[in-house]
Design a protein around this ligand. Structure first.
Ligand SMILES: Nc1nc2c(ncn2[C@@H]2O[C@H](COP(=O)(O)OP(=O)(O)OP(=O)(O)O)[C@@H](O)[C@H]2O)c(=O)[nH]1
Ligand SMILES: [Mg+2]
Length: 334
């Protein structure tokens, strides 16, 4: 079942979903996933050859599962996800529930997709207003993602969006976000460079409420003097937002750069230990041949990937579909 935008957002009753939102995905999705499949062709072929040699031709023994584990790790699926998937497949094979190369391969694909779908994969927009905070290592695509998301919410879902420029550390950060606000056609709340990010976030939520905005998206810094300093600041921004509006932020999104592989995964772990993260935005998937990382991130962190970034322009944000990624990795034999 292809996943489109209408599956990503919980909009409540009678929310206007434009025709564009409903008809757009097929062509664009098709284009991107064809590219993704092409990019992942080498990985898929290598994994396919290994599946052929193990699940199809060999007798299923200890060695089969070890080889399968190695092959999945090589495909960047991640050690923890791999161990879980292979253990489950082995159990089902031994109990006789799944038999034969084709059934095992199909089941492998299903298990990979299942693990890549932990928890609630949607973003709830029914709060009044909904506050979304975006965090992540510097350069992973926070500001760009916010611009794309604001554009999408305004254009396709008819929501009014206010942005909060709480990255006050970097001189150009506010300007950059202001550029995106202009492109997306939404308002922005800023503070002077070097000012307290907490007060900018507070002000953004306050002004957003005053103006009757539907969604407030708060940008944050990706780098400070030290890592500890950054984590403390993120926690503080969160607290300040909650003081202005109880239960907010309703959604904390963490951006992860897909091209940084396992390193990105480690950084994401660190962030998610400091601020409760509701969803991952996996960015720069257009620049990597290792799309398997999408399955690893969700599986390893236990946090759903909700959106993916596939380029630098406004329309280059898409819903994440675990089945698509599992299929791009494990060739269907139907
Ligand atoms: N190819 C590609 N580039 C992206 C994507 N998302 C972001 N970028 C680029 O990555 C770079 C960094 O993006 P930013 O949005 O500035 O990242 P940030 O997390 O806000 O960075 P800091 O504010 O420095 O912490 C920019 O050049 C973006 O154009 C994506 O999905 N694909
Ligand atoms: Mg930024």
């Amino acid at each position: 079942m292809p996943r489109d935008w209408t599956d990503v957002f919980i909009t409540g009753d009678g929310a206007p979903v434009s025709v564009a939102a409903r008809v757009e995905p097929e062509q664009q999705r098709g284009g991107f996933f064809r590219r993704l499949r092409d990019n992942m062709a080498r990985t898929r072929q290598a994994l396919g050859a290994e599946l052929q040699a193990t699940l199809f031709e060999g007798t299923l023994d200890e060695q089969t599962w070890e080889r399968l584990e190695e092959a999945l790790i090589m495909a960047d699926v991640g050690a923890r996800t791999t161990a879980q998937v292979v253990a489950k497949l082995e159990m089902e094979a031994e109990s006789g529930a799944v038999e034969g190369g084709e059934a095992l391969t199909r089941r492998l694909r299903e298990l990979l997709a299942e693990l890549a779908r932990p928890g609630e994969g949607r973003i709830d927009l029914t709060h009044d207003p909904t506050v979304i905070m975006v965090a992540g290592v510097n350069g992973t695509g926070k500001t760009t993602t916010i611009g794309k998301l604001a554009w999408h919410l305004q254009r396709e879902l008819g929501r009014t969006v206010v942005l909060g420029a709480a990255d006050t550390f970097r001189a150009a950060a506010v300007e950059q976000l202001a550029g995106w606000a202009k492109r997306a056609g939404c308002e922005i709340v800023t503070g002077p460079e070097g000012s307290d990010p907490g007060s900018v976030a507070f002000e953004a939520v306050r002004q957003g409420r005053e103006r009757g905005a539907d969604v407030i998206i708060v940008d944050t810094a990706g780098r400070l003097h030290t890592q500890d300093h950054l984590m403390a600041e993120l926690a503080k921004v969160r607290r300040v937002i909650a003081n202005q509006l109880p239960d907010a932020p309703h959604e904390t999104l963490l951006t992860v750069d897909a091209t940084t592989g396992q390193n990105g995964l480690r950084q994401a772990k660190l962030f998610s230990e400091t601020v409760p993260v509701d969803g991952i935005v996996l960015t720069k998937l257009d620049g990597t041949a290792k799309g398997g990382i999408a399955l690893a991130i969700a599986g390893e962190l236990g946090i759903p990937v909700k959106l993916i970034g596939i380029g630098e322009s406004l329309e280059d944000l898409r819903p994440f579909d675990a089945d698509d990624f599992a299929r791009a990795l494990v060739e269907p034999h139907e």
